[in-house]
Structures are given as structure tokens and as C-alpha cells.
Design a protein around this ligand. Structure first.
Ligand code: ADP
Ligand code: ADP
Length: 226
């Protein structure tokens, strides 16, 4: 059951093809890593999938619905996004975690329950009342991720989520990714420049270069070089 389908997606900036006839599908519950050097088009691909940006040509289908003006808003509610740069607000940790639920109109008591439950799961319940500014980079990214996960996204788009983090914090985010996928069968597209991260997490790897898909397959198929 495909959750994401790209059919001949191109994105042109002036004369430059950031994406050039990209086609692939991602099935429900799959973790797909998109790897490739800087400038390959990974971020552009993410921005199109999260509907922040429109392709120049080609069709994008999410949850078996073609993305267009009248479907975009309801599709966006089913997608969660985490960026390389941690986005936190100058408020308490629990407020930051709760924010996504507030937007979705949950009741106050329900928000508190879910927020505390999730902080416990992360082993961060003692952080609840601290200002988010006081967190380390790794802690902050885990809180930003928690905010996204609490809203129950069916599709997660992770754009280099560990690029700024040390190895230990990277492992913690990777555990959150694996757990979310295992517990909720969440479909995940992960941009990374780290091949090893792709191997650790992904069911399939897409190698992007100069806006084109060079290879697509399981980690063994993509990385096996006799
Ligand atoms: P990656 O994420 O793999 O580093 P990007 O998607 O950021 O790659 O960029 C792909 C190509 O498109 C690069 O050559 C980049 O310079 C170009 N590009 C990306 N965004 C823009 C933009 N807004 N305007 C012009 N060129 C862009
Ligand atoms: P209200 O504005 O409804 O009176 P508060 O000012 O107490 O609520 O808190 C604002 C938001 O911050 C609440 O929606 C709640 O979800 C969140 N919040 C505050 N304290 C906590 C906490 N200890 N645990 C979880 N969430 C909290």
C-alpha cells in the first residue's frame, strides 16, 4: 500500500534542475533513507513531499491522493516534519511538547497526560518545567521530535535530523525513529549524508546525485561492492 508516490518529479531553479525526473514509491511502514552529497537535491525532495514547495512538473501522490490545491491542507495534517535545525520556543519543555496537540484542539487534561507520558518515555520527565533554551542540542532535538510524534503522523519526513548532533544524541534520535516505526508502523523518509545511518535504519536506500535517482534498493543491494 503506497503512502508516497513520486512520478517524474522535476524541480527547476532558473536553469538548474534540483530534481530531474525522480520517480519512486514508499510503502506503508517502510523506512527509506535518501542519501547523496550536498547539493544532490535531498532537501528539495523533502520540501516537495511536505508540500512546502511545489514541483515544476510531475505528480506527487500521498496516501493515494494526488497532491493539489484542494487536497493539500488535509494531507499536510497527516505528515510530520523534523528538520536539521531544532525548532523550539522560548517556553517550558512541556509547553514545547504540547504545542502540536494544542494546534489540533486536544483538551487541556489530555494534553497534560500525553505530554507527561511522552517525557517519561524519553526519561526526561524531570525536564518538564525547564525552559527549552536550557537544553543541550541533543535534548532539544528529542523534545522537538516528541512534539512531532505526539500528533500521530502517518508519514514522517526527517531532513538530516542528526546532522548537528554528537554520536550519543544521534543514537537516541535513531532509537526514537525505530521505536516510532515499530510501534505505529509509521512510514518514514529520512534524508542523511551518513551512509551508516542509512544502513542502521532503512529498509531501502535511495541514492540521489545531481537531482537524479542513481540507485534504489535494500542497504545490501546498494552498498555491496565485490
Ligand atoms: P541537498 O539537500 O542534497 O544538499 P538541495 O535540495 O538543497 O540539495 O539543492 C539541490 C540543488 O538545487 C543545489 O544545486 C541547490 O543550489 C539548488 N537549490 C536549492 N534550493 C534552491 C533555491 N531556492 N534557489 C535556487 N537554487 C536552489
Ligand atoms: P491554560 O492556559 O489552559 O490555563 P496552563 O497555562 O496551565 O494552561 O498551560 C499552558 C499549556 O502548557 C497547557 O495547555 C498544558 O498542556 C501545558 N502544560 C503546562 N504545564 C504542564 C505540565 N506540567 N505538563 C504538561 N503540560 C503542561
Amino acid at each position: 500500500q503506497p503512502v508516497v508516490e513520486l512520478a517524474n518529479i522535476s524541480r527547476v531553479y532558473g536553469e538548474k534542475y534540483a530534481l530531474n525526473e525522480v520517480s519512486f514509491s514508499v510503502q506503508r511502514g517502510e523506512i527509506v533513507a535518501v542519501i547523496g552529497p550536498s547539493g544532490a537535491g535531498k532537501s528539495t525532495l523533502m520540501r516537495i513531499c511536505d508540500m512546502l514547495e511545489e514541483q515544476s512538473s510531475g505528480d506527487l501522490t500521498l496516501f493515494q491522493t494526488v497532491v493539489e490545491k484542494k487536497t493539500r491542507k488535509s494531507l499536510r495534517e497527516r505528515v510530520g516534519i523534523l528538520f536539521q535545525k531544532t525548532v523550539l520556543f522560548d517556553r517550558s519543555v512541556s509547553d514545547n511538547v504540547a504545542l502540536g496537540l494544542q494546534y489540533r484542539g486536544y483538551r487541556h487534561e489530555e494534553i497534560q497526560r500525553l505530554t507527561i507520558e511522552y517525557l517519561k518515555k524519553l526519561g526526561m520527565e524531570t525536564y518538564a518545567d525547564r525552559n527549552a533554551r536550557t537544553l543541550s542540542g541533543g535534548e532539544g532535538q528529542r523534545i522537538a521530535f516528541a512534539r512531532v510524534l505526539l500528533t500521530g503522523p502517518e508519514l514522517l519526513l526527517l531532513d538530516e535530523p542528526t546532522a548537528n548532533l554528537d554520536p550519543l544524541a544521534t543514537r537516541m534520535i535513531e532509537e526514537m525513529i525505530k521505536t516510532e516505526n515499530a510501534e505505529h508502523n509509521t512510514t518514514i523518509i529520512l534524508n542523511t549524508h551518513d551512509q551508516n545511518q542509512g544502513m542502521r535504519l532503512a529498509d531501502r536506500i535511495i541514492v540521489l546525485m545531481n537531482g537524479k535517482v542513481m540507485q534504489i534498493g535494500t542497504p545490501d543491494e546498494v552498498f555491496y561492492h565485490p
